[in-house]
Write a protein that binds this ligand. Structure first.
Ligand code: CTP
Length: 407
């Protein structure tokens, strides 16, 4: 039974027991300040880190952890049924395991089983726990079922160690929640079930000799975020990854490539039956004209030879011009350092793609960053500003805009 109400969105904030539980307070404050009716459902272990009084004061609502409180109100069923969004932040390895396996031994796990709304998990744990195959399989299961599991951030963990597993900034988690709630009625029209999408990611490397190459600083993070969010919307995803060291996202078919020419071949092949192609890779425009089969040696008696370059194919322009399927949507990315919008518009027209995601690059912006800010320009003249936030939020906007353009 769907008891979700029209009007003020009802958010359930599940908090599980990790040190990052204190950051859930900041997230809760953002949710309530934005006018969402927020109810906190902590696990019993979360209350070792933050007291129920804090959650209750910040949410203005009573806080319960177990199914035996206020039994006459059947809270273990009602809370989930009435929610427009459930966000579990932080999500420990334990709650991910319970959710993946359908366990229901407290109020939060019961709520997860009865919710029919979008569910977001923001995991936080030590790197070893995050990387353990058990956790990774649980995450894959949850994503396959449609939950949005935010990738943990990399950085300082509890104690002296650093690595992947850090709780993302509460503001970033809030932006993902806001994005999912905003999709509301859009969700059905922009769902990607049954669609095949092709994404290129990373940066190409153009070899000069067996040990040297011309490359760029693209990390691949944006392309990987696009892949994860597309999987979360039910798409079949082919990710053509150029020199990225990121772990393969669950449920994604990864095709590793090195050079622009290899990337072109892989993307064109995968695009044959694709509904959308998103070119997030940084493709080298030029490659060395000659590849030296042996290492180029320094000669003390002569100046170095200049490196002659030749043009690489412009894959985005080629895809946009010769579309193998009617109605296929082609999206490009552009990194600009100046006159961002004007250069973006000119590039969109030149490349003839449907959408162009324009990032401003500069120090600490875009390359290798966990977060970004962009403007998505449409060939129809549209302009969608995406505020500074996680790459998942930008990815979701891109999929929304693509979904709305499907014939
Ligand atoms: N791209 C491509 N093939 C290339 C170069 C770029 O498909 N040989 C794609 C990128 O994947 C990206 C978009 O084109 O989606 C924009 O890339 P960018 O390097 O900004 O465009 P350029 O045409 O190289 O423009 P300029 O260097 O003049 O800024």
């Amino acid at each position: 039974m769907d008891q979700r109400a029209q009007g003020t969105p009802r958010v359930v904030l599940g908090v599980s027991g990790g040190i990052a539980a204190y950051k859930a307070c900041e997230l809760l404050r953002r949710l309530t300040e934005s006018g969402y009716e927020t109810r906190v459902v902590p696990t019993e272990s979360a209350l070792h880190f933050v007291g129920a009084a804090t959650f209750s004061a910040l949410s203005g609502r009573p806080v319960a952890t177990d199914v035996w409180e206020s039994v006459h109100e059947v809270p273990h069923v009602r809370i989930g049924q009435g929610a427009d969004l459930v966000v579990v932040a932080p999500a420990t390895a334990d709650i991910l395991a319970k959710a993946a396996h359908g366990l229901a031994d407290d109020l939060l796990t019961n709520t997860l089983l009865t919710a029919r709304c979008p569910v977001i998990f923001a995991p936080a744990m030590h790197t070893e726990m995050w990387e353990h195959p058990a956790t990774q399989e649980n995450v894959a299961t949850l994503r396959r079922r449609g939950a949005l599991v935010i990738e943990p951030a990399v950085g300082r963990l509890t104690g002296a160690d650093t690595g992947k597993g850090r709780f993302p900034e509460p503001e970033a988690v809030f932006e993902v929640c806001r994005g999912v709630l905003a999709r509301g009625e859009l969700a059905e029209r922009t769902d990607l079930s049954g669609r095949h999408v092709v994404i290129s990611a990373g940066g190409t490397r153009e070899p000069l000799d067996p040990v040297r190459f011309l490359g760029n600083r693209s990390s691949g993070k944006q392309g990987y975020a696009l892949a994860r969010t597309a999987v979360a919307r039910g798409a079949r995803v082919t990710l053509v990854a150029a020199n990225s060291e990121l772990p393969a996202p669950a449920g994604v078919d990864v095709v590793p490539v090195g050079t622009a020419v290899q990337l072109r071949e892989a993307v064109i092949k995968a695009a044959e039956d694709a509904d959308a192609v998103v070119m997030a890779a940084a493709v080298a425009d030029f490659r060395p004209a000659v590849y030296a089969p042996g290492k180029i040696k320094k000669r003390n008696d002569a100046e170095p030879e200049p490196v002659a370059l030749v043009r690489n194919p412009d894959i985005l322009a080629e895809l946009s011009t010769d579309r193998p399927r009617a109605g296929q949507i082609v999206v490009g990315f552009a990194a600009e350092t100046e006159d961002v919008l004007a250069n973006g518009r000119a590039k969109l027209a030149r490349k003839r793609c449907d959408l162009l995601v324009v990032n401003e690059v500069g120090e600490r912006k875009t390359f290798g960053a966990e977060e970004s800010e962009a403007v998505v320009l449409g060939a129809d003249g549209s302009e969608t500003h995406v505020p500074y936030g996680p790459k998942e939020a930008l990815s979701d906007t891109v999929w929304d805009l693509i979904g709305l353009r499907f014939p």
